[in-house]
Ligand binder design. Structure first.
Ligand code: URA
Length: 247
């Protein structure tokens, strides 16, 4: 009986979580963003990078995974979402954020008035850590050049770091994500280019595990700050005329 009540509670929480982000979604079937011109060089470089990721055996993860998950999305994206590492679903499909966390991330992106194909999505490590453990420092260090190359090719206006491992890696800090989220930081991928704004927020998996109005509102606040930085209107729940982030 108690077990049934607990299950009911979990189920109700998930329904609420779904409703929360769906409430912000753009219900239009029309594309929100016109096709952006795609730079052939960037596409070619990203393809080349994906091949290198596929062939990479610099750390043990390259030998235990099924498929490498280099990342995917718009090569001209203004926003790049960076997660921690592929899970089982991602490992099976070779695509980032396609499991439960990915479904929530999709909802968040739609709630922002964007489509998944408008943004770029990748991870700090490109191969699944066994049993979904956190990637180890040596694994992150050997994989990081791939992410830095992706960022330098795409040159987004904003990087959204999903969760502590991605945030701590790119900001080189050990501070808790609760303390880091909600503010922009400068991310420098080399000594010559202007910094990119980096927004840390909670990982969708954390949100799924730690359901609370407060946590999901915090993530939404973070995404509104990102939209404001890109000059997009905030809070226009069902606007079909939402301007598109331009390079
Ligand atoms: N979690 C991540 O951090 N990345 C994925 O691609 C999927 C789940």
């Amino acid at each position: 009986m108690k077990e049934e009540r607990n299950l009911r509670k979990v189920f109700d929480q998930h329904v609420k979580l779904e409703e929360f982000f769906t409430g912000f979604s753009v219900k239009s079937q029309k594309p929100v963003q016109p096709q952006q011109p795609q730079n052939n060089d960037i596409i070619a470089e990203l393809k080349q990078l994906a091949k290198e990721v596929d062939a990479c055996r610099k750390c043990v993860l390259g030998t235990t995974r099924t498929n490498a998950v280099p990342g995917e999305g718009n090569p001209n994206a203004d926003i790049v979402f960076v997660g921690e590492g592929p899970g089982a679903d991602e490992d099976a499909q070779g695509r980032p954020f396609v499991g439960r966390s990915g479904q929530l991330l999709d909802k968040i992106i739609i709630a922002m008035g964007l489509k998944r194909s408008d943004v770029y999505i990748c991870n700090i490590v490109k191969c699944r850590p066994p049993e979904n453990r956190e990637p180890r420092p040596e694994e992150i260090i050997s994989c990081l050049p791939f992410l830095k190359r992706q960022l330098s090719l795409i040159r987004p206006q904003v990087i959204v770091c999903l969760g502590a491992p991605a945030t701590r890696t790119l900001l080189e800090t050990n501070k808790p994500i609760g303390q880091l989220r909600g503010k922009f930081y400068d991310f420098n991928f080399d000594d010559f280019s202007p910094p990119i704004k980096l927004m840390p927020t909670f990982h969708p998996a954390y949100l799924l595990r730690n359901y609370s109005d407060e946590n999901r509102r915090k993530v939404w606040e973070d995404m509104k700050t990102v939209l404001a930085e890109l000059g997009l209107p905030v809070g226009a729940k069902h606007s079909e005329d939402r301007p598109v982030p331009k390079k």
